[in-house]
Ligand binder design. Structure first.
Ligand SMILES: *[C@@H]1O[C@H](CO)[C@@H](O)[C@H](O)[C@H]1NC(C)=O
Ligand SMILES: *[C@@H]1O[C@H](CO)[C@@H](O)[C@H](O)[C@H]1NC(C)=O
Ligand SMILES: *[C@@H]1O[C@H](CO)[C@@H](O)[C@H](O)[C@H]1NC(C)=O
Length: 461
């Protein structure tokens, strides 16, 4: 009885809605995609790539050093390209979708549109690299080679290392393909070296694993925000759009619906009906939820998050030092190109260790409004295929010997402004000096040792 009554009451609005749907969906995707956090497309930070994936963009000329400077070494730390959802996300999506299918769809246009959506994700896709992810990496490789032609010239030596995760190995292979066959991989000709000690340092840091990763209490701000008034409002709106009682939804299911909207855009380049459940205001709330988690698990929330990356930070500077020494004694540079493929979880702590994107106030469950204009926005920092590049230059015709070696850092192909100078180019000595304390006093083994006493309370962190 109930379905028939609803169908009779609704023909006009639902027909109008169907006609409007493509327009509404197009508008939805344009508005929402900048709030996808760690599930953001790389194009979100460099929109000119939508038209031409090989374009070097408007900053290509502006960021160039004087002609008297030649690049000696390039170190790139990359996040893998666009990936499929994890098995857990796919399972939760399957459950939510099945629940919508069981309901009389005609009563509810949004639920009807979602019931018509095909659930095509299988759990076996579990976080693997999507075809778009291969394209992300191939194009990135080609753009980097075009930006630094001397370093990527034929027969230069490339060291390519990767996290052991399938999506990272596949990303490394795609990056390698993008460069073409002319580079040398050195004597051993190993395509990709697996290096979890540097790319997944967090797994090897007992203190981080025990006190953050496996400690529910460490995510108290995230959990509080899930139950807070902003998420409550989004949840009630979504429940009402789906004609479900609010009790049948929770923050995690709402997040899965939003994630699906982001995955469908990143993986298939389509605006799925899942997006129509959310307004731009809702998307901002869900972005904050994602950023809160990154902040407390990978960012400034706890010191150990970033301190655990000092092993990678020091490795970067050891290779820069080595290149400077080799250059000073007129030897060939043994590692002109080092490319390492890891995760958002590799890059975020490293950037925090260096002090980038730090807000005056911590991100908390109760300061959503005050954090509206925060620096810490994961989607801007670590979208898919995010990349942090250190370039060491040797410059001729300089006034002092210090000026002979200069560095530039690029995040997602845009120059980063150094914290010690507010400039985008620094002498190597100044940069090294600014991070002297981390280079000398941060020791992975000691930082990551579990405290002797049994601490599970987070105020001990
Ligand atoms: C993605 O979709 C947009 C809009 O439909 C289109 O302009 C663009 O070419 C597509 N991109 C790819 C890589 O297919
Ligand atoms: C960089 O600029 C900011 C904002 O203009 C200023 O607060 C800061 O002191 C500057 N830092 C340095 C090292 O000049
Ligand atoms: C720490 O204490 C908790 C609860 O008191 C206990 O469950 C846990 O096993 C202890 N951990 C260690 C490493 O002793």
């Amino acid at each position: 009885m109930a379905p028939r009554r609803a169908a009779a009451a609704a023909p006009f609005p639902s027909a109008a809605l169907l006609l409007l749907l493509p327009l509404l969906l197009a508008a939805a995707s344009a508005g929402l995609s900048s709030y996808f956090g760690t599930k953001s497309r790389y194009e979100e930070v460099n929109p000119y790539l939508v038209r031409d994936p090989l374009s070097l963009g408007p900053t290509a000329a502006a960021s160039r050093l004087p002609a008297a400077c030649a690049p000696l070494q390039l170190r790139a730390v990359l996040r893998h390209g666009t990936r499929y959802p994890t098995a857990g996300q796919i399972r939760r999506l399957g459950e939510l979708h099945a629940r919508l299918l069981r309901r009389p769809a005609a009563a509810c246009p949004a639920a009807a549109a979602l019931a018509g959506w095909q659930m095509w994700y299988e759990e076996s896709l579990d976080g693997r690299l999507a075809p778009q992810g291969r394209r992300d990496m191939e194009s990135l490789a080609r753009r980097l080679a075009a930006r630094f032609p001397a370093l990527f010239a034929a027969r230069r030596r490339l060291v390519l290392a990767s996290s052991s995760k399938h999506r990272c190995l596949q990303s490394s292979a795609a990056f390698r393909r993008g460069l073409g066959p002319s580079l040398s991989l050195g004597g051993d000709e190993v395509e990709v070296q697996v290096n979890d000690a540097l790319m997944r340092f967090f797994d090897y840091c007992a203190k981080f694993v025990a006190l953050v990763e496996e400690n529910d209490a460490a995510m108290c701000q995230v959990n509080a925000f899930k139950e807070g008034p902003e998420m409550r409002k989004v949840l009630e709106k979504v429940a009402s759009a789906l004609c479900l009682p609010a009790e049948e939804l929770n923050a995690d299911l709402v997040q899965v619906a939003f994630l699906t909207c982001s995955y469908e855009l990143a993986i298939k380049n389509v605006t799925s009906p899942w997006c129509s459940l959310f307004s731009e205001e809702d998307a901002k709330v869900l972005e904050y939820l994602n950023d809160l988690k990154q902040y407390w698990k990978r960012g400034y929330g706890y010191d150990i998050n970033s301190r655990s990356s000092c092993i990678l930070f020091q490795d970067i500077f050891e290779h820069l030092d080595e290149a400077v020494e080799e250059s000073k004694s007129s030897k060939p540079i043994s590692s002109p190109l080092i490319v390492q493929v890891g995760h958002a979880e590799t890059l975020q702590p490293l950037l925090a260790l260096m002090g980038f994107f730090k807000d005056d106030e911590p991100l908390k469950a109760n300061n959503y409004i005050r954090q509206m204009h925060r620096k810490f926005r994961s989607g801007r920092i670590v979208p898919y295929a995010a990349n942090l590049v250190f370039v060491l230059y040797h410059c001729d015709h300089v006034k002092t010997s210090e000026e002979e070696y200069q560095v530039q850092m690029l995040l997602n192909e845009k120059p980063l402004v150094f914290l010690h100078s507010n400039e985008t180019v620094s002498t190597y000595a100044d940069l090294r000096g600014y991070y002297k304390d981390i280079l000398e006093n941060c020791h992975f083994k000691e930082e990551c040792e579990l405290p002797k006493i049994n601490v599970t309370a987070i105020d001990e962190l």
